[in-house]
Design a protein around this ligand. Structure first.
Ligand code: NAP
Length: 318
């Protein structure tokens, strides 16, 4: 008898047709639902976020982010905001790019709009060698320009006079919690081996030029063997250089095998080599395309075909 009553109640409840609810009520319901959707945290969203890697200090970092070199003003803000809307949770900037303020603005806008919380996003910036002799002032400047409470990762942009002094100042900011992780950029085997014994906090990451024409396999292995993550700049060959790379016959063939773009194949190749990538883009279609690399896999044979494309062809210095 109880079961029958329960069944009747269920039929009454579920049989309530939404078409019978007045239009305004449906609209209000949708508005409320949308608000709830906007307030969802990353883990509750159905967005395809990039996987994360655990750094040697225990902090998790997304394996793919957006690079911001040469992006300025609204173009920079819009690119980052679009990236965040599309699941990016890592941003790479630098004092030298002159856009830390725009990066901060885009992040704060995404936080204010309820898309992310501060702890969902990983922001990296860099000190430039002309700042190494006065590092604390430079770090304060970065914190002020970004204005997002703390910096997730700060790198030295490249080796230079007083780089040790600058790194030690960054270590002090790790102690105070204003910087969470430290890294280096454009340091190669010899420079890394000379630098590491001089500092107390091991870098979590080294960011160097890496693309199929400049693979640096020995450097990548050396860094990874030190339990330091490798991140590749110019993953698509760099602005002004990508035409040849993105039309490479071997890469086009592999891309066709998977019904993907060459850019996606390159970024996937990096991912399968445990190399973090930060492709730069201000084109919303490219931004979406570049993060859509976690649902296909290159075969061992394809990985080998890309490996032999190496030409030791460096496209830039910094
Ligand atoms: P990149 O990522 O190799 O290439 C960016 C170029 O590729 C842009 O012109 C972009 O144009 C185009 N692009 C992006 N996605 C594409 C796609 N799916 N299909 C076709 N074209 C595409 O070069 P990058 O941005 O200079 O380098 C990446 C990041 O590395 C920089 O933004 C910066 O954060 C960092 N970096 C660091 C150093 C260092 O010394 N540490 C040096 C250089 C760069 P659209 O805007 O039209 O998409």
């Amino acid at each position: 008898m109880e079961k029958v009553i329960l069944a009747i109640i269920l039929v009454i409840l579920t049989g309530c047709n939404i078409n019978n609810i007045p239009k305004e009520e449906v609209q209000n319901k949708n508005e409320t639902e949308n608000e709830v959707v906007n307030m969802k945290t990353d883990s509750e969203r159905k967005l395809d976020l990039a996987p994360t890697i655990t750094l040697n200090n225990g902090i998790d970092m997304p394996v793919l982010g957006i690079g911001t070199y040469s992006l300025h003003d609204d173009t920079c803000i819009n690119s980052i905001y679009t990236a965040i809307q599309n699941g990016y949770r890592k941003i790479d900037t630098a004092y030298m790019y002159g856009n830390e303020e725009e990066v901060g603005k885009a992040v704060k806008k995404a936080i204010n709009d309820g898309i992310i919380k501060r702890e969902d996003i990983f922001v990296a910036t860099k000190l430039y060698p002309n700042q190494y002799d006065n590092p604390k002032e430079a770090i304060e400047e970065a914190l002020k320009k970004l204005d997002i409470e703390y910096i997730d990762l700060m790198l030295l942009h490249h080796p230079g006079t007083n780089d040790e002094k600058a790194y030690k100042a960054m270590e002090e900011y790790v102690a105070s919690g204003k910087i969470k992780s430290l890294g280096l950029s454009n340091y190669y085997i010899e420079e890394i081996d000379n630098f590491l014994p001089k500092v107390s906090i091991k870098p979590v990451l080294v960011q160097n030029e890496i693309h199929p024409y400049y693979q640096e396999r020995d450097v990548v292995k050396h860094i990874q063997d030190l339990d330091i993550v490798v991140e590749g700049w110019y993953p698509l060959g760099g602005r002004g250089h990508q035409t040849e790379l993105l039309n490479d016959e071997t890469l086009v063939k592999i891309a066709n095998n998977h019904n993907r773009s060459v850019a996606q194949v390159i970024l996937r190749w990096d991912y399968q080599n445990d190399v973090i990538v930060i492709p730069g883009s201000s084109n919303p279609d490219h931004i979406k395309e570049n993060i859509s690399i976690f649902d296909f896999e290159l075969t061992e044979e394809e990985m080998k075909q890309i490996e032999v494309l190496n030409r030791d062809e460096k496209h830039d210095w910094y």
